[in-house]
Design a protein around this ligand. Structure first.
Ligand code: ATP
Length: 198
């Protein structure tokens, strides 16, 4: 991707353990509604609120590879290994500083997150620096309570698909292959590498 021509860049972080159609639907909605030139998916090495979320199951390398496979046919979406290479806890503020160097102003960065994370913003490292580095966009269901969120937060109306990685892992652990929930190439990778087995 040529930084010169990329003016509006979206960044979507997550554990992607594994990536599923809900992540892809959110990516497409963000590209279209925020009029992004490109969207970068950033698999976390270690999520900062891991205690809450539970540790990841697949290795960072496997999550990265599955994410790459899922978007291999989507030219506007790329996958970054910056958090995996950095190791340690994957703080958003560090990631945004990294991308700010790669895409200097006047390029605009849009950090996108699902509505579920809006409630824990007070626990994010250097949240004010995060706000100054990028537009902070919460994908929210229509009707989502936005009252207690800081004024810097912007919104993207989006009805999330009823899918989570937890649900996908649960099905795989029971020996169910959840074909419509995850891209075929990702499912093949999971099978070949015998991931998420009981
Ligand atoms: P887990 O079930 O393991 O907690 P998850 O399915 O929520 O995982 P993450 O990798 O934590 O997936 O999510 C990355 C980002 O995608 C987050 O901002 C999250 O809010 C958003 N997201 C997750 N699932 C969906 C979905 N079904 N529709 C839209 N956005 C989603």
């Amino acid at each position: 991707m040529n930084p010169e021509y990329s003016k509006r860049i979206g960044i979507l972080g997550g554990t992607f353990d594994p990536i599923h159609e809900g992540h892809l639907a959110l990516s497409q909605a963000a590209l279209a509604r925020l009029r992004l030139d490109c969207l970068i998916l950033v698999p976390a090495f270690r999520h900062p609120l891991e205690q809450k979320q539970g540790a990841t199951v697949a290795s960072a390398e496997a999550r990265l590879e599955m994410t790459r496979l899922a978007v291999a046919d989507k030219p506007q979406i790329e996958v970054s290994d910056c958090e995996v290479k950095r190791e340690g806890i994957s703080y958003t503020v560090d990631t945004l500083r990294f991308f700010r160097k790669r895409f200097p102003k006047p390029a605009e960065l849009f950090f996108i997150t699902g509505g579920d994370w809006g409630k824990s913003l007070d626990q994010w490292k250097d949240i004010n620096a995060v706000f100054s580095l990028a537009h902070f966009v919460i994908a929210k269901r229509p009707g989502f309570d936005t009252q207690h969120l800081p004024p810097q937060v912007e919104f993207l109306d989006f009805v999330p698909l009823a899918i989570s990685s937890t649900q996908v892992r649960g099905q795989l652990q029971q020996g169910i292959f959840p074909q419509p929930l995850i891209p075929g190439r990702v499912l093949t990778y999971i099978r070949e590498h015998r991931l998420y087995r009981p």
